[in-house]
Design a protein around this ligand. Structure first.
Ligand code: HAM
Length: 493
C-alpha cells in the first residue's frame, strides 16, 4: 500500500523580496499567508526572502475503494472478441445474401413510443404485457426500448411515404432488441436480431422467397434447421376458429396450466403454443386452424407450399405454430434447430433461430394505406450458439501473413510509421509494439503462424534496411527499406 506523503513537509522558494517587506513579516499568496525568512538585506531593506509553503496532501488514488463490484445485469451478455469472429462472419453473409435478394438496409432508432407496440405487437401478448423496458422521458412521453423491429419498420414505411416507391419495398435491418424475459439458455434480455420485411405485396411467392432465403442461409452456414410452417388465416376465418377452439378448451379448462386458463379468455390461440405437458396433451386433440381457412386463405397457403416445393425447400407443416405476436395473418413460420425438432416440443419455439410471417393488416392498423406485407427476424445470438452446438467450422477470416518485430529505441521510434505504411499498402501485418525483446516477439509471430517476420533493429535503422525472415525455412535476408513493400508482395504471392 503506498504511504501517504507527509503533509508537514515543506517546499521552499527563494524569491526577490517585495519592496514593502519588513523583518519577520509574512507574504500573502493565493489568499494564504506564508512565513518568510529574510536572506539578504541592503540598507536594512530585505532584498531576498525564503517563503515556506506547506506541500499539498496527495490522495493515494490507487487504494480508494468504493465497495462496489460492477456486475453484468441479469439477462445481458458481453460479446467478447473471440465471439466477434463468428458474428462478423454471420453478419457479412446475411448482408451479402439480403443484397443479392434485392433488400436495402434501414437503420431504426432503439427508442420508440410505447403505443406503437401496444397497437401492433398487441396488448395481450407477453411481449407488450410483461416484457417491455419502459420509462417516461423528460418530456413525459412513454418510451420503450424496442422489443422487436417490425412495428418500427411499418412506422418508418408510413412516415416516409414509402408507399410512393415501387412496390414491394424490401428492407433489411439489424440491431439490439430488448425483452424483460426470464433469462435461460439462448434467452437474453438484450439480444440481436437481423430481419427482412417486404411491404406492398400479397403474393404467396414473396412468402416462399423469404423462406427460401432462410434455407439458403442455413445451408450456406452448414447449420441443420427445420422449417416449421402454418397458416393463421385472415381475421374472418380465424374468428370462427377461435370460437371453436375456445369451446373445445373450455371443456378441459380445469386441466390447463394457470397461464393457459388466463389465455383462454384473452388469446386462446396461444394455448396451442404452450410448453406445459398437460396443455400439450389437450391441444393434440383440439380442432386445427388449417381446417377452418376460408377459400382465399386456403388458396394462398396452397400456393406458398407449391412455390416452396418448386424451389426444393424442405419444410414441416405444424398446425400448432401460432407465433406470439398479434399482427400475423396467413403464413407463419419458424426455423428450429434440428435437435429441438427431435425433442419436439420440449423446447417448442423456445430455441427458434428465427421466425416470421405475413402481416397484411398491420400497416392499415397503424393508419397507413392498405399494404399487405411479410417478413422474418433471426435471433443472431441463438444462431451463434447453434453454430457452436453443431460444431460448424467458420472460416477464421484473413489472418495476417506478416509480423513486424522491432528491437531498440530507434527501431521503436520508426515502428509506427513503417507499420502504418505497410497497412496502407494493403499488407496485412500484425505487431506487438508493447514487447521489446526479440525472443518474445518471435514467439508471438510463431504462434500466429505468419509466413514472414520483419525484424527492425538498431543496425537496420542506421542502414535503412530491414530483415525479412521466412518463418518456414528460417532464412533471413536484409532488404532496403524502400523496397520492402515490393519484396513482400513478391514473397506473399
Ligand atoms: P420473434 O419470434 O419474437 O419475432 O423473434 C424473432 C427471433 O428473435 C426468434 O426466433 C429468436 O431467434 C430471437 N429471440 C426472440 N426472443 C429472444 C430472446 N429473449 N433472446 C434471444 N433471442 C431471442 C419477431 O420479433 C418478429 N418481429 C419477426 C417478424 C418479422 N415477423 C414479421 N417480420
Amino acid at each position: 500500500m503506498p504511504k501517504l506523503k507527509n503533509s508537514k513537509k515543506v517546499s521552499k522558494k527563494i524569491k526577490k523580496a517585495p519592496v514593502k517587506l519588513k523583518k519577520k513579516q509574512c507574504v500573502v499568496k493565493n489568499n494564504k499567508i506564508y512565513p518568510v525568512k529574510i536572506l539578504k538585506k541592503r540598507n536594512n531593506i530585505p532584498k531576498r526572502i525564503k517563503i515556506t509553503i506547506p506541500k499539498k496532501k496527495i490522495e493515494p488514488v490507487d487504494i480508494v475503494r468504493t465497495g462496489y463490484n460492477p456486475k453484468l445485469l441479469r439477462g445481458m451478455k458481453d460479446i467478447l472478441p473471440e465471439d466477434q469472429i463468428m458474428r462478423d462472419y454471420l453478419m457479412k453473409r446475411l448482408i451479402k445474401l439480403s443484397k443479392a435478394y434485392g433488400f436495402k438496409e434501414i437503420i431504426l432508432p432503439i427508442l420508440e413510443e410505447r403505443t406503437l407496440f401496444e397497437k401492433s405487437t398487441g396488448m395481450a401478448t407477453d411481449v407488450v404485457e410483461k416484457q417491455m423496458y419502459q420509462f417516461t422521458d423528460r418530456g413525459g412521453k412513454k418510451i420503450v426500448l424496442r422489443p422487436e423491429f417490425t412495428p418500427s419498420v411499418v412506422r418508418a414505411y408510413i412516415e416516409h411515404g414509402m408507399f410512393n416507391l415501387t412496390q414491394p419495398v424490401k428492407l433489411f435491418y439489424h440491431g439490439p432488441v430488448f425483452r424483460y424475459e426470464r433469462p435461460q439458455a439462448g434467452r437474453y434480455r438484450q439480444f440481436y436480431q437481423f430481419g427482412l420485411e417486404v411491404l406492398g405485396s400479397e403474393s404467396a411467392l414473396i412468402d416462399a422467397e423469404i423462406i427460401l432465403f432462410s434455407q439458403t442461409l442455413f445451408q450456406d452456414l452448414g447449420l441443420q434447421v427445420s422449417i416449421q410452417i402454418n397458416s393463421l388465416g385472415c381475421i374472418s376465418c380465424r374468428t370462427i376458429y377461435r370460437e371453436e377452439l375456445t369451446k373445445y378448451l373450455r371443456f378441459q379448462s380445469k386441466s390447463l396450466c394457470a397461464d393457459c386458463q388466463k389465455r383462454l379468455s384473452k388469446n386462446p390461440l396461444r394455448v396451442l403454443d404452450c410448453k406445459v405437458s398437460q396443455c400439450r396433451e389437450i391441444t393434440r386433440q383440439a380442432p386445427q386452424l388449417i381446417n377452418f381457412l376460408c377459400s382465399d386463405c386456403k388458396k394462398h397457403f396452397t400456393r406458398v407450399l407449391e412455390c416452396l416445393d418448386e424451389a426444393n425447400v424442405v419444410y414441416s407443416l405444424n398446425p400448432y405454430l401460432v407465433r406470439g405476436l398479434d399482427y400475423y395473418t396467413r403464413t407463419v413460420f419458424e426455423l428450429w434447430p434440428i435437435a429441438s425438432e427431435e425433442k419436439e416440443n420440449s423446447s417448442r419455439g423456445q430455441t427458434a433461430l428465427g421466425g416470421g410471417g405475413r402481416y397484411d393488416t398491420l400497416v392499415e392498423s397503424l393508419s397507413g394505406r392498405e399494404t399487405p406485407a411479410t417478413g422474418l427476424s433471426y435471433g443472431i445470438d441463438r444462431i451463434i450458439n447453434e453454430i457452436k452446438i453443431q460444431k460448424v467450422r467458420i472460416p477464421r477470416g484473413q489472418t495476417p501473413q506478416v509480423f513486424f518485430a522491432q528491437v531498440g529505441e530507434s527501431a521503436a521510434r520508426q515502428a509506427l510509421r513503417i507499420f502504418n505504411d505497410l497497412q496502407s499498402q494493403g499488407i496485412k501485418v500484425a505487431e506487438n509494439l508493447a514487447k521489446t525483446s526479440l525472443k518474445s516477439q518471435m514467439k508471438i509471430a510463431d504462434e500466429m503462424g505468419v509466413k514472414l517476420t520483419l525484424i527492425l533493429g538498431q543496425q537496420e535503422t542506421k542502414d535503412k534496411t530491414i530483415i525479412i525472415r521466412d518463418m518456414k525455412t528460417g532464412n533471413q535476408e536484409k532488404v532496403d527499406i524502400g523496397k520492402l513493400v515490393k519484396e513482400l508482395k513478391k514473397r506473399l504471392k
